[in-house]
Design a protein around this ligand. Sequence first.
Ligand code: ZN
Ligand code: ZN
Ligand code: FE
Length: 794
Amino acid sequence: MRNLNTKHKYKRVEILVRGTVQGVGFRPFIYNLASRFEIAGTVSNTSDGVVITAAAEDNRLDLFIQAVQEQAPPLAKITSVTTRALPNSKEDYKGSFSILPSVPGLSANTAIPPDIALCNDCLRELLDPGDRRFHYPFINCTNCGPRFTIVETIPYDRPQTSMKVFPMCKACTKEYHDPGNRRFHAQPNACADCGPHIALHNNEGTRLATNSPLAETASSLKKGLVLAIRGMGGFHLSVSACSPEAVALLRQRKRRPDKPLAIMVSSLEVAKRFCCLDPAAEELLTSPEHPIVLLEKLEHTNLADNLAPGIDEIGIMLPYTPLHHLLFEQADCPEALVMTSGNTSGTPICTANDDALAKLGKIADLFLLHNREILTRVDDSVLKIMADQPFILRRARGLAPAPIQVAWKLPEILACGPGMKNTFSLGRNKSVFLSQHIGDLDNLESYEFYQESIEHFKKVFQLEPEAVVCDLHPDYMSSRYAAQCKLPLYKAQHHHAHAVAVMAEHGLDEPVLAIILDGTGLGGDGSIWGGEIFRTELTTYERLGHLSQLRLPGGDIATTEPWRLGISALFHSFGIDSIAPDRLPETLRQIDSGNLDVLTAMLTGGFNSPLTSSCGRLFDAVASLLDIRQHISYEGQAAMELETLAKKAWTPTWAGHILPNSHTNISPALKENDGKWEICSAEFVKRVVDGIGRGEDKSSIALQFHTMLISSITRLIEILSLQTGIRKVVLSGGCMQNSLLLEGLSHTLKSIQLKVYTGNLLPLNDGAISFGQTIIGGLRHVSRNSNAGDQRSG
Ligand code: ZN
Ligand code: ZN
Ligand code: FE
């Protein structure tokens, strides 16, 4: 063996490629690349990643490995490429290159790819009468189609997906095995002869006799009926978005009076008629993920005005499955369709045909069904552009379950997430597998979805946690789940987890200042926090300041009745006399006197009215004082309407004028006591009440409230930065989804030369909590184990 012809320096290596490399056309890519570089060997999917054995002269091997990284298919996300030498054998250099069947392995670091919108090649074929898949609603290829939603387990191969019940016909089989074909090893490959089909049913489950279910669907939508449409990750409920009557009918049947409804339109051109589109928004709408993007509504369109009452934005998306495209091809199809989650209030979206018929039968008139089973439930992802960057509001279809890489080695750990807007995460090594959006865990069905999803993630990523981490709040269902895991348990404070999520995304491991403007989370002192200024490290934090505490009269009910916060804010700002019926600002005079008496007793007696420093509740208070809204029907409603109102007074130079005074001028809204700072919301409330009394324009009062909040926080951060020497500031929390707050704070902090970090891979809201928890708990577990080791050795 030593006497090989050394002139050519033949080598044989094994190359391990990790990341999102399965189900994205990676093996055909390697096959074609190997032919191009005249390399002999094999490629296979293993649960550890894609393994290539390659034999050639060493210079060609080097070029080949370089090309693997540089020319990977668009959907592949390579996280590492490692090579090791294999023993030489002369025969290897003469052989051909082949694709081996998948081999199961021991440790899965390979991600299941997310689901991807129909690609342009498939769209062309879908609309080409000469193509054999003309008008076939399940056309796909290695560059597009369902993935995560149809995978049962890994490795990602057809027998482990819900396509296993559809044996491929001759023509599809030929494509599947032809390395030169776009459908080579495309696991969901199918055609009208061998694949899934659609059918239209009434709401009793009876199949309707029609030769065009799509034409029938479109004409029903045009007539104003409510349709349940089975999609990729679950059902949508759909009505014409141009018919206020149809929208009202859906709202009434779904018991969803005000919450904004997302719409789908056929193309960017149509989207431009309804909302402000800039190139960044166009790029997001047409990205492989095709998310819902929140965009500013244009005035005077033919969209129904009850799609998003009181809000100046509309969630819009483009068709992402062939079925959607075909629906818009129908002559009768309305030009915009409401496409909202097919669920009953608060529960997970329906995925199975029978479940949908049972649960949505009273909401939808007709059901457009298909028989490709959805194995994993995934909602539509939602994004928004603020400060010229995309922000994720809901991380789901197209984005999950792609792992997020971090800079630190983690143990195998499960982070259980928060109680509302839940996601959970699994950590291993330097990867965090963040679940898709699960939702609010306050009902049994969501909790079952949560538990099933944890088991599914453990299976597909072959991960067995050795520790768990949860929120400080013991009553969250996620915290209860953590407690019954019987594993070493770590608890992470909610707003610390918000901050660490951003730090981890940016690889920051030095101390930072964190501004967390949020709804609520249990604080380290047992009170409810939510407007917090921390000095934060990865595993510890110090609370340096917070918004003034307000009482929540009535407890939880106060979160849905802003008028309670309005009264509470007056009480804290001006004292008991100010909430006497004849002293109330005129915006609150309509409050029932009996209710007012009870509230006054709670506030003065301090019973059933916990204290909170929540920023979300302060927004509720101001929304109430301005009489924008005294009762809400969905979370965040009052704050969103307050933001919408403030934007009416906004001018392009607004942010530039937030800090008009010299840098040394301490805001009157800041108070210090023993190194702990309070941002006195009473100052903002006084300004609001003053403005109302003087009959000022409500939108300019609303904007001024934003301005005061931003400038006070900036002043405090400036002081703390001088005291601590820390120049890096992290922004997070649900209230940062308010673009005025986020853009205003980013601007003012940068104007005093601080470095500002926000999360772009993860939501600003509680969707990021489990990611932060993974890092906090994971690093604490690592250091506990190493400390234990130290003790033993010492
Ligand atoms: Zn395609
Ligand atoms: Zn076929
Ligand atoms: Fe939060």
